[in-house]
Write a protein that binds this ligand. Structure first.
Ligand code: NAI
Length: 391
C-alpha cells in the first residue's frame, strides 16, 4: 500500500467539493483543480461552511480550528503543476470519456511514478479511461455517492488493467475518509461493468416503473396515485418527486445507456420519452410529473392506484444481484445487501431471497411474460438457487 499525503481533486462541482471536504476532514493535503474560477470559489465556500457547521456541532478534531483544516486546501486551474507531487488524484470532471481520457493521460504523464488516478465516473468504463495513458495499472475507480460527506457508500472499482496495489491503496484511503452519517462502507468492485454494484442492481427496476407509468397514463390515473404506489415506505422523498428532482433527462439518458450496454429492454418508456421531448424535465424546468413553479410540490399520497406489486421490485433486484454474482463483480450476496443499505438506506433483497427464491423465480417468469421484457426472466444462478451458497 502506498503512503498517501497529497490528494488532488479535479473538478470542484457537485461531487468534487464534497470529496475535497472529506479528504480534508481526514487530514490530507488537498489541491482542488477546476477550469471554472466561479466554481472553484463556490466550492471553497461550500467546504468552509461545511467545517463551520461541524464546529458548531462540536465535531472538529480536538485542538483543530476551521482555519487549520482550510490551511491544507489549495485551489488552482493549473492541472500539471497541481499533480507534480500528488500521491492520489481523484477526478470528478464532467461525465465525458474524451475529457476523462485526456485528464488521465495528463495526470499520469506529469505525476510521480507511484501516483494513483481514481475516477469518480458513474457510468464510464475505468478500463477505457485508462486505455491511452502510460500507466494503466495506476488507474482505478473510486465512486462516491452524492454528497460524499453524508453518504456512507464508496465503491472502489478494478479496471481490467488496475493493479492489486492500486486497488488496495484505493480501499485503504476510502476507509480513512469520515462520513457524517454513520460508518463509512467501502466495497471492492471486482469487475469493470456498467453501473458497478449499487446502480446496477437497482437499474432494471426502471423497466417495471416505465411499464407502470405508461399503464397509468393510458388509464388516466393521476400521478399522485401512481406515486403513492411506487413510493417505498419511510422514504424522505416520494418516487416521482425524486424523479422530478433528479431531472427526467438524467433518468432518460441513464436508461438509454443501459439499453445500449445491457439490454434493449431498458429503453425509456413512452411517457418518459414524451416528457423529455417536451422539455418537461422536472424541478429545473418547473414542470415534470408535478408542477414545481411554486416550489416543491406536496402531493396527496393517501390514495394508491393499486397497479404496483412491490414483490416484483424485490424479484427484479434479486435477479440483478444474481447476475452480478454470475459476472463476478462481487463475491457474495451479503455484500450486495450491505451495499444497498449503505447506499440507499433500505434493506437489500438478497437475504430474503435465500428463503424465497422459488417464489421470486415464478414472479419473474410471469412479469417477463406480461411486460414482454425477456431481460426480467430469472437468470441461471437464481433458477438453480446456487447463489445461496455464495455468502
Ligand atoms: P459537475 O458538472 O457538477 O462538476 C464537474 C466539474 O468539472 C465542473 O466544475 C467543471 O468546471 C469541471 N471541469 C470540466 N472540465 C475540466 C477540466 N478539464 N479540468 C478541470 N475541471 C474541469 O458534475 P458532478 O455532478 O460533480 O459529476 C462529476 C463526476 O462525478 C461525473 O463523472 C459524474 O458521473 C460523477 N458522479 C456524479 C454523481 C452525482 O450525483 N452528481 C454521483 C456520483 C458520481
Amino acid at each position: 500500500m502506498i503512503d498517501i499525503n497529497n490528494i488532488v481533486i479535479i473538478g470542484l462541482g457537485d461531487m468534487g467539493k464534497g470529496i475535497a471536504q472529506v479528504c480534508l476532514m481526514a487530514g490530507y493535503n488537498v489541491s482542488a483543480v477546476d477550469t471554472n474560477y466561479e466554481i472553484l470559489n463556490k466550492g471553497v465556500d461550500y467546504i468552509k461552511s461545511g467545517f463551520e457547521k461541524l464546529k458548531k456541532k462540536g465535531k472538529l478534531q480536538e485542538g483543530l480550528s476551521v482555519g487549520d483544516y482550510l490551511s491544507k486546501l489549495k485551489t488552482t486551474s493549473d492541472l500539471i503543476e497541481a499533480v507534480k507531487d500528488a500521491d492520489l488524484v481523484i477526478e470528478a470532471v464532467s461525465e465525458n470519456l474524451d475529457l476523462k481520457q485526456k485528464i488521465c493521460k495528463t495526470v499520469i504523464d506529469n505525476s510521480l511514478d507511484h501516483c494513483i488516478l481514481a475516477s469518480n465516473t458513474s457510468s464510464l468504463s475505468i478500463t477505457e479511461i485508462a486505455k491511452n495513458c502510460g500507466k494503466p495499472n495506476n488507474v482505478i475507480g473510486i465512486h462516491f455517492s452524492n454528497p460524499a460527506p453524508l453518504m456512507r457508500l464508496i465503491e472502489v472499482i478494478k479496471g481490467d488493467t488496475s493493479s492489486q496495489k492500486s486497488m488496495d491503496t484505493g480501499v485503504e484511503i476510502s476507509k480513512s475518509l469520515p462520513c457524517l452519517r454513520g460508518e463509512r462502507y467501502v466495497v471492492r468492485v471486482l469487475k469493470d461493468r456498467p453501473g458497478f454494484i449499487l446502480n446496477r442492481v437497482l437499474s432494471p427496476s426502471s423497466i417495471y416503473t416505465n411499464y407502470i407509468i405508461d399503464l397509468a397514463y393510458e388509464k388516466g390515473i393521476p400521478w399522485e396515485q401512481v406515486d403513492a404506489d411506487l413510493t417505498r415506505p419511510n422514504t424522505p422523498m416520494s418516487a416521482l418527486i425524486l424523479s422530478d428532482f433528479v431531472g427526467l433527462d438524467i433518468t432518460y439518458n441513464v436508461q438509454l445507456y443501459y439499453a445500449e450496454k445491457l439490454s434493449p429492454d431498458y429503453k425509456p418508456g413512452k411517457v418518459l420519452t414524451k416528457q423529455v421531448e417536451q422539455g418537461k424535465l422536472g424541478k429545473k424546468t418547473g414542470q415534470g410529473y408535478y408542477d414545481w413553479s411554486k416550489g416543491r410540490p406536496n402531493p396527496d399520497l393517501s390514495k394508491k392506484a393499486g397497479l404496483v406489486n412491490r414483490e416484483v421490485f424485490t424479484a427484479i433486484t434479486t435477479n440483478e444481484g444474481c447476475r452480478i454474482l454470475e459476472e463476478g463483480l462481487v463475491s457474495g450476496w451479503k455484500i450486495i445487501d450491505e451495499v444497498i443499505l449503505a447506499g440507499m438506506n433500505f434493506q437489500g433483497p438478497m437475504k430474503y431471497a435465500t428463503k424465497n427464491h422459488n417464489q421470486l423465480k415464478k414472479l419473474l417468469e410471469e412479469t417477463a411474460k406480461k411486460l414482454g421484457k425477456s431481460y426480467l426472466k430469472p437468470c441461471n444462478l437464481l433458477i438453480s438457487g446456487k447463489f445461496i451458497d455464495m455468502k
